[in-house]
Design a binder for this molecule. Structure first.
Ligand code: PMP
Ligand code: GLN
Length: 392
């Protein structure tokens, strides 16, 4: 996990944010929003601090948050979850993933990730002594030959799974591509996992930021119980990425195993933020809709701006990011472009190659793709779009 120089290697997000800061560029790299989040959520945390709720919360999470998570899963997805035995609150989705993998994966066992994948998965699989096996997403093309979407390659997924597969990580809505897996895809993944006796660990942090119909949690499929470990977090839904309040829902025996690990990772944390998130999860549908529709407007602004700048744009169905192909502008190496852009035109972004397995098919197929964050203010996106016109 160390860089070649023996120091902690920064993530691509830290690296591009540092470059944006040192050059004064607009940061469309790291995925954090400019908007402050619903005031009810912020007020509830502020009040909890003022009321002295600043000591260790219980290991599984404060009861009001677990009740709110169970009610949220029932309200949005029709799921019936026991707040006492089937929920573990975590320090973000990141700790949720770490605790789940450390609990369930034995050294030498394989974990399949859909490629491109969020960087933390590879690191935590390595910490667990597991072996990461990529299952590449396909890049689809329209009749004009331009890329227009991503799709799950079920044959590639089957090929990636072996007798030694312990878990499949499924991130939907997906970072970096904004792809939402449909019911048929999820059913096939669950079937493959069950045939093999493997777990499915989901990452659903963008569950509410959807522009193409509702998110489908894997846990809603028949037969999911006991196989699926579901992970989400509040950072994206309520625009509070620094709070790091996440949660895991799973069958009681899986929660118990994960809790045994989580107890010694951090025990518990974020007491007053847990109170804020509990308030947020209980807010009316209009609050969730407002976050989504404001984000969708900014996605549309960025998509049309990238198109006018000459990129081929793959319109995302969800999430914080828009992926665009820089090849039509003559840039075949997205990583090189991302290193140059802050200085040259004052815009930072992240190459999709940072999410692909080195040497895997998508490292080559997705080499010219760049990820731009549309979770920034309309003003920042507008200015970035003006600057991007100078890439011609
Ligand atoms: N999973 C995905 C797919 C993400 O994009 C992110 C960060 N934005 C995380 C997990 C991390 O979530 P958290 O901040 O709740 O740890
Ligand atoms: N998840 C955020 C992104 O994809 C970044 C989180 C981080 O900085 N590690 O941009």
């Amino acid at each position: 996990l160390l860089g070649a120089d023996g120091r902690v290697a920064p993530t691509i997000f830290t690296e591009m944010t540092a470059l944006a800061t040192s050059t004064g560029a607009l940061n469309l790299g790291q995925g954090f929003p400019d908007d402050p989040g619903p005031h009810e959520v912020l007020d509830a945390a502020r009040e909890a601090i003022a009321a002295g709720r600043n000591q260790y919360p219980p290991l599984p999470g404060i009861p009001s948050l677990r009740t709110a998570i169970a009610a949220h899963q029932a309200r949005f997805y029709g799921l019936d979850i026991d707040p006492d035995t089937e929920i573990q609150v975590t320090m973000g989705a990141t700790e949720a993933m770490a605790a789940s993998l450390l609990a369930l994966v034995e050294p030498g066992q394989e974990v399949v990730t859909i490629d491109p994948f969020y960087d933390a998965y590879a690191a935590v699989i390595a910490l667990a002594g597991g072996v990461q096996v990529p299952a590449p997403l396909d890049l689809t093309h329209g009749a004009d030959g331009h890329p227009n979407g991503f799709s799950l390659d079920v044959a590639a997924l089957r090929e990636a799974v072996s007798d030694n597969t312990r878990a499949i990580i499924v991130n939907t809505p997906h970072n970096p591509t904004g792809t939402m897996l449909g019911r048929a895809d999820l059913e096939q993944i669950l079937a493959v996992a069950k045939e093999q006796g493997a777990y499915v660990i989901t990452d659903e942090v963008y569950e509410h930021l959807t522009f193409a119909g509702p998110h489908i949690p894997m846990a809603t499929l028949p037969g999911a119980k006991g196989t699926v470990v579901s992970i989400s977090s509040a950072g994206k839904t309520f625009s509070v990425t620094g709070w790091k309040i996440g949660w895991i829902t799973a069958a009681p025996e899986l929660i118990t195993a994960i809790q045994a690990v989580k107890q010694f990772l951090t025990f518990a944390g974020g007491g007053p933020f847990q109170v804020g998130v509990a308030a947020g999860l209980g807010l009316g549908g209009e609050v969730f809709d407002a976050v989504r529709s404001s984000l969708q407007d900014r996605r549309d602004l960025l998509v049309s701006g990238l198109r006018s700048a000459g990129f081929d744009v793959i319109v995302p169905d969800a999430g914080y990011f828009t992926v665009a192909d820089a090849a039509p502008l003559g840039f075949e190496d997205g990583a090189q472009l991302c290193r140059e852009m802050p200085e040259r035109i004052g815009v930072a972004a992240v190459p999709v190659s940072a999410f692909t397995s080195a040497g895997g098919p998508n490292a080559a197929r997705m080499r010219s793709l760049v990820r731009f964050a549309h979770c920034k203010s309309a003003d920042s996106i507008g200015q970035a779009v003006d600057r991007l016109q100078k890439l011609h």
